[in-house]
Design a protein around this ligand. Structure first.
Ligand code: GLU
Length: 257
C-alpha cells in the first residue's frame, strides 16, 4: 500500500515551537516499521516555520512574509536534521522535496516531481515533502500542508492519505465548544453540510484547521484517494490504519464507495 502521511506543526512541536521529542521519536519508529513491513510511505511534514520560531527564540510566529520565510529556512534544516538522524537509527534513508503550487500546476515540473518520488520509492528511500516556504510568496504558495498533502497524494496515486492532527477526526459540532459533539467515523460524500462543519481556526504555530482538511478531503477523494483524519498524539494508530481498522474519520474515495 502507498500511504501519504501528513503531520502538522501542532503534532511535531510543543506550543513553545520546540520539538516534541517523545512524539517525533514514536512517529519515526512507527513509520520505519511500516516501511520494514513493505508499505510505501511518503511523509508530508510541516514544522519548518514553527521550529524556526523555536530555534531563533522568537516570541511568536512572525506576521510578515520575510520573517516567516527566514524562520522556515532555519526550521527546515532543523526538521530534516532530526528526521535524518532518527530514521538512520532504523536504517532508513530520507529525501527532502520542497514544492510550491507552481511546481504542481506545471505539467513538466509535476512529472519531474512524480518521477523523483517513484524512483525514491524504488530505492526504498522515504520522501519527506514540505512547501518551499522560503520562496513561496502568497500568490504561488499552496498555503497549507493539508492541501499540499492531498495534491501530493493525488499526484503519486496513493492508496491512502492520513492527516495526523491534534483532533480525533471530524465531529458533528466543534468538540471544544459542544461536549456532546460526536465523531463522524465515515464520510461518504463531501456535501455542503460536511463543508459547514469546517469551522475556523488552526493552532498558534501551524496553518491548518478543519477547513483545510475538508478541502484536502475533496481533492484527495475526487482523485480516488481515500483520506483519514486522526489524532497524531499516538502514532501507533498508523498500525491500525494499515490493518484497515476504523480510526478517526475516513473519507471514502469517489468510485470506491
Ligand atoms: N509549510 C509550513 C511549515 O512547514 C506549514 C504549513 C501548514 O502548517 O500547513 O511550517
Amino acid at each position: 500500500m502507498r500511504i501519504v502521511i501528513k503531520v502538522g506543526t501542532s503534532t511535531l512541536a510543543h506550543a513553545t515551537g520546540r520539538l516534541n521529542i517523545r512524539l517525533v521519536e514514536e512517529l519515526i519508529k512507527v513509520l520505519s516499521d511500516l516501511k520494514n513491513a513493505g508499505q510505501e510511505v511518503i511523509l508530508v511534514s510541516s514544522g519548518a516555520i514553527g521550529m524556526g520560531v523555536g530555534k531563533l527564540m522568537l516570541p511568536k510566529r512572525p506576521e510578515d512574509m520575510p520573517g516567516r520565510q527566514a524562520a522556515a529556512a532555519v526550521g527546515q534544516c532543523e526538521l530534516m536534521y532530526v528526521y535524518d538522524r532518527q530514521f538512520m537509527e532504523y536504517n532508513h534513508t530520507v529525501a527532502q522535496i520542497l514544492l510550491t503550487a507552481e511546481d504542481l500546476d506545471d505539467d513538466r515540473r509535476r512529472l519531474n516531481f512524480e518521477n523523483t518520488v517513484f524512483r525514491l520509492l524504488e530505492l526504498k528511500a522515504l520522501p519527506i515533502i514540505n512547501e518551499n516556504d522560503t520562496i513561496a510568496t502568497e500568490e504561488i504558495a499552496v498555503g497549507d500542508n493539508d492541501t499540499l498533502a492531498a495534491l501530493v497524494a493525488s499526484a503519486v496515486e496513493a492508496d491512502l492519505l492520513v492527516l495526523l492532527s491534534d483532533i480525533d477526526g471530524l465531529f458533528t459540532a466543534d468538540p471544544h465548544k459542544c461536549p456532546d459533539a460526536k465523531l463522524i467515523p465515515v464520510v461518504e460524500a463531501i456535501t455542503p453540510e460536511i463543508e459547514a462543519l469546517g469551522g475556523g481556526k488552526g493552532s498558534a504555530l501551524g496553518t491548518g484547521g478543519m477547513v483545510t482538511k475538508i478541502r484536502a478531503a475533496r481533492i484527495a477523494t475526487e482523485a480516488g484517494v481515500e483520506m483519514i483524519i486522526t489524532n497524531g498524539s499516538k502514532p501507533q494508530v498508523l498500525y491500525d490504519i494499515a490493518e484497515g481498522k476504523s480510526v478517526g474519520t475516513r473519507f471514502l474515495a469517489e468510485g470506491r464507495k
